[in-house]
Design a binder for this molecule. Structure first.
Ligand code: HEC
Length: 152
């Protein structure tokens, strides 16, 4: 059944590529949710060090990802509302077939734990070239930061 899903994926890729130069803002993905406070996050993220997460994002993610809705995409897709949308679903972004076929209804903290530990190991063939964050406390801090910042 390979061709059955590959062909639409290729067509979608071509369409997304042709839309690339327009740098349209990423459409809001799912329903907006209120910005949570740290205390409102699910455990163990409610005890995470968000400042550490902010620093990690700045050093390790910000070169490739914007967090605010009206900025469009960089090398990687805009992450605004990423917990409210399916994996590989930011409008106007040309995902790898690997991530398109990694079909989950939403990014959850659990999925992000595995993705951020080793993107290439978790979704082989992804175009996110990033070694991963091996320290569990750092992943926790970064995910807590994302749970708040991607809702702003
Ligand atoms: C060198 C550039 C680069 C860096 C650094 C990077 N990413 Fe990515 N990221 C990408 C690309 C490219 C994709 C799309 C992957 C694909 O299509 O296979 C992506 C995809 C993602 C996705 C999936 C989004 C979706 O819409 O499904 C998440 C979540 C993500 N990155 C988070 C992060 C976080 C958090 C960091 C920092 C730890 C990070 N990325 C660092 C380039 C990068």
């Amino acid at each position: 059944m390979r061709p059955a899903y590959l062909i639409p994926a290729i067509v979608a890729g071509v369409l997304a590529l042709s839309a690339c130069g327009e740098s349209a803002p990423a459409a809001p993905a799912g329903p907006a949710v209120p910005v949570p406070t740290l205390e409102e996050l699910p455990a163990p993220y409610n005890e995470a060090d968000v400042e550490t997460g902010k620093g990690l994002f700045g050093r390790q993610c910000a070169a490739c990802h914007y967090l605010v809705a009206d900025k469009g995409h960089l090398v990687g897709p805009n992450l605004h509302g990423v917990f409210e949308r399916g994996t590989g679903k930011a409008a106007g972004y040309a995902y790898s077939n690997a991530l398109k076929n990694f079909d989950h209804p939403a990014w959850t903290p659990d999925l992000l734990e595995q993705w951020l530990l080793a993107p290439q190991g978790f979704v082989p063939g992804t175009s996110m070239f990033f070694n991963g964050i091996k320290d569990p406390m750092e992943r926790r801090a970064l995910i807590a930061y994302l749970l708040i910042e991607t809702r702003k």
